[in-house]
Design a protein around this ligand. Structure first.
Ligand code: 2P0
Length: 330
């Protein structure tokens, strides 16, 4: 048997992902299982690096959680500690940990930092506690912390099925590798502020109070199938139109909550108009938004520069970045 206590340090690097078919709503809140299937691209430009170091003789102390070298308390910390507790239970090792996370993009503003963050944390924690977990197991652990994180374990085009109540083994899987399709996602940041409503709270409020939530759950699987078929066929128009339908249906369900769960800002509308105008000029480009004001544009790599320049020219974006399909956790 290996001496697990001698391991003690784990490092991982994971990329965020952007959903082409959206996850919004849970079938099981306790196990954090999604109510609808989703499909995403893992993005090479949005990277999180996490190191987990076990504290010698630290069984009685507290875990320390640092984001970008600043100590975190509250929900950010408690969600990280919950994941560490699950890994500790499997490892049979009570040692406390020091978690150091560096995000190479703005956190908690709707750029999926929890996806890359929990994918990296699950992987680094398993390594630090000496647990020999498969990618599938790591994906299921990351899902418990943040469902979109289950997808960030894998590179390229990745799906996560809807969860059956009680099925804690649900993990994401690869639809196609990163090199399958030469697309880009151009990310226009509408603001650097921390968002007011987390995805978790937003989707729970939507499910509880929006009269449109049942319609969203009924429609989402068809958007997912269209996106999946379009990705496999490398059909940008099919993927783009289904992605926009999924995006706006998700946001419509959230907007109909009481009080409304609203993520878009004035800059968001300007950026969406810009993408429509590009399409009018013959550029095959489609918009999506997550739980934040930013607009992400799916286009072919050969059009990425033109799309980026047009988004910059609106003056509505504080930053514009170009991302390509990226690798899974390393
Ligand atoms: C997605 N989002 O599919 C969707 C689209 C935001 C909009 O997954 O409650 O942070 O931690 O499981 O994964 C963001 O939600 O939510 C998200 P929890 P998560 O990417």
């Amino acid at each position: 048997m290996t001496d697990r206590r001698s391991i003690g340090v784990g490092r991982a690097r994971a990329c965020a992902n952007i959903a082409l078919a959206k996850y919004w709503g849970k079938s099981d809140e306790t196990l954090n299982l999604p109510a609808v299937p989703s499909l995403s691209i893992t993005l090479d430009a949005l990277v999180t690096e996490t190191t987990v170091t076990l504290e010698a003789g630290g069984e009685d102390g507290e875990d320390v959680v640092l984001f970008d070298q600043k100590s975190r308390d509250g929900e950010d910390k408690s969600r990280a500690v919950e994941l560490l507790d699950r890994v500790r239970a499997i490892a049979g090792d009570d040692r406390r940990a020091r978690v150091e996370t560096v995000n190479h993009f703005p956190t908690a503003s709707g750029l999926a930092s929890s996806a890359s963050g929990f994918a990296a944390l699950a992987t680094a924690a398993a390594r630090a506690y000496g647990v020999d977990a498969s990618l599938e197991q790591l994906s299921a652990w990351a899902r418990r912390s943040s469902a979109s994180a289950a997808r960030s374990l894998y590179g390229g085009f990745v799906e996560l099925a809807a969860g059956l109540v009680g099925d804690d083994s649900l993990a994401a899987s690869v639809v196609a590798p990163a090199e399958h399709w030469d697309v880009c996602v151009v990310i226009a940041l509408a603001s650097l502020a921390r968002k007011k409503t987390s995805s978790r709270d937003g989707m729970i409020e939507t499910a509880k109070t929006s009269p449109y939530y049942p319609s969203w759950v009924a429609c989402a699987p068809a958007y997912f199938r269209e996106v999946r078929d379009g990705v496999l066929a490398r059909d940008l128009e099919k993927v783009g139109t289904a992605m926009e339908a999924s995006t706006f249906a998700m946001h419509a369900s959230a907007l109909a909550a009481r009080p409304a769960v609203r993520y878009y800002a004035a800059a968001t509308a300007t950026l969406l108009d810009c993408v429509e105008a590009l399409r009018g000029d013959g550029v095959t480009a489609y918009s999506t938004m997550d739980a934040g004001p930013h607009v992400k544009v799916l286009c072919m790599r050969s059009d990425a520069e033109r799309v980026r320049d047009a988004l910059i020219a609106t003056g509505a974006a504080v930053d514009v970045r170009v991302a390509r399909p990226g690798p899974g956790v390393q």
